[in-house]
Design a protein around this ligand. Structure first.
Ligand code: FAS
Ligand code: PHB
Length: 391
């Protein structure tokens, strides 16, 4: 069956759904093709911190109401090095803040908005294939319930994540990949327990990194650095809580409320960028084009800024015929992406124990923390990057 739309979007994660909604708000039609079911997409537990620019985009998309009601505004974040705490005060340093509101809820709000818009999202679309994306008649082919479909569009947005089909459809000689794989992962759990603090606590300890985060006043999200050999089944809840206590130290652990995990998963850590992000009428967006280690809470927020750039460029093109912003999308997005890649790499290098870490490396990490704790300029630099550099 052959159909036509203006923008074909591959992937119904935050990138694809936010792009579809922003385009809809400007009368631009799109069709979203998603490989998984709606429930499967919502079952993924991922990001938890929204930058101010992401909050603004979600408001523009008309999905800010529940986020404002249920999200938690945070004016700072705590860093801890071997039981020494240092608070980065966003409000005092740069008069800013972040919003703690889970990616699952962002995705749920965007799915509900998509339903209300009447826009077509095809879940469980199989074997999505890109055809002639270098031409002015790009098409997307897919199978739904055993029937073949072909979607003709003006543009294709590859919002299909790191393992998607869009980036891999680009001939190898036309794309440059930059990657750093870290020699450890993050074991994360979700529990219906009171968070141990009002704000997030990032901890660096001789035994490894740990993070105390949250989703609400009654749901907590915790992480410990683990090895690449670790499997989720190796970590009982008791083992996780014991290790977490050792890493955060007795003072912080005294405030810890434990409970059964309602989700437990291990995420590998990598830094990754694909250049460029435009190939004819195919535009790569979000994790399809870049990955950051979650230490700087940038992944979802970088996807959002890509969507901000691309949606504005497409709106300009459809409303005025001016395609200049489309021509500079890749260059504009990559400038912000590399700034976030640097910050995420820096935070990861500062807070984690690397297998080959020597005594010298550890003392350099401690010296960096001491500088952060004692310098307003250093704390301001961290604050600017954490709350999000301007779009
Ligand atoms: P996504 O991967 O979210 O969405 C892509 C969508 O495309 C998926 O629904 C997928 O099913 C679909 N798709 C893939 N291939 C397809 C195909 N061939 N056809 C059709 N559809 C296809 N970021 C943070 O800021 N903080 C965190 O703590 C954090 N933790 C993370 C933990 C894990 C395990 C992972 C994987 C990522 C984490 N991230 C975190 C980053 C994450 O939040 C991403 O930045 C965010 O999901 C990016 O959104 P999208 O670009 O929409 O990609
Ligand atoms: C989370 O709450 O899942 C979270 C928060 C901050 C990070 C990473 C993950 O840097």
């Amino acid at each position: 069956m052959k159909t036509k739309t203006q923008v074909g979007i591959v992937g119904a994660g935050p990138s694809g759904l936010l792009l579809a909604q922003l385009l809809h708000r400007h009368g631009i039609e799109s069709v979203v093709l998603e490989r998984q079911s709606r429930d499967y997409v919502l079952s993924r537990i991922r990001a938890g911190v929204l930058e101010r620019g992401t909050v603004a985009l979600l408001e523009q998309a008309g999905v800010g109401e529940r986020m404002r009601r249920e999200g938690l505004a945070h004016d700072g974040v705590m860093l801890q090095f071997d039981s020494r705490l240092h608070r980065i005060d966003f409000r005092e340093l740069i008069d800013s803040s972040v919003m703690v509101y889970g990616q699952t809820e962002v995705t749920r709000d965007l799915m509900n908005a998509r339903d209300a818009s009447g826009g077509l999202t095809v879940y469980e679309a199989q074997d999505v294939t890109l055809v002639d994306f270098g031409s002015d008649r790009p098409r997307l082919r897919y199978i739904k319930d055993g029937e073949s479909h072909e979607l003709e569009c003006d543009y294709i947005a590859g919002c299909d994540g790191y393992h998607g089909v869009c980036r891999s459809s680009v001939p190898a000689e036309k794309i440059q990949l930059f990657e750093r794989v870290y020699p450890f992962g993050w074991l994360g759990i979700l529990s219906r327990t009171r968070p141990l603090d009002e704000e997030l606590i990032y901890t660096s300890h001789e035994r490894g990194f740990a993070l105390a985060s949250m989703r609400s006043h009654s749901v907590s999200r915790y992480y410990v650095q683990c090895t690449l050999e670790d499997k989720v089944e190796d970590w009982s809840d008791d083992r996780f809580w014991d290790e977490f206590r050792l890493r955060v130290g007795p003072e912080v652990a005294a405030r810890l409320e434990t409970g059964p995990s309602i989700e437990k998963s291990i995420a590998p850590l990598r830094s990754f960028v694909a250049e460029p992000m435009r190939f004819g009428n195919l535009f790569l967006v979000g994790d399809a084009a870049h990955i950051v280690p979650p230490t700087g809470a940038k992944g979802l927020n970088l996807a959002a800024s890509d969507v901000g750039y691309l949606s504005r460029a497409l709106i300009e093109r459809y409303q005025t015929g001016d395609a200049r912003a489309l021509a500079t999308y890749s260059e504009t997005a990559l400038r912000r992406i590399w700034a976030a890649e640097r910050f995420s790499w820096w935070m990861t290098s500062l807070m984690h124990r690397f297998p080959e870490t020597t005594g010298f490396d550890r003392r350099v990490q401690v010296a960096e923390f001491n500088y952060l704790s004692g310098s307003r300029a250093a704390s301001t630099a961290l604050a600017e990057n954490y709350v999000g550099l301007p779009h």
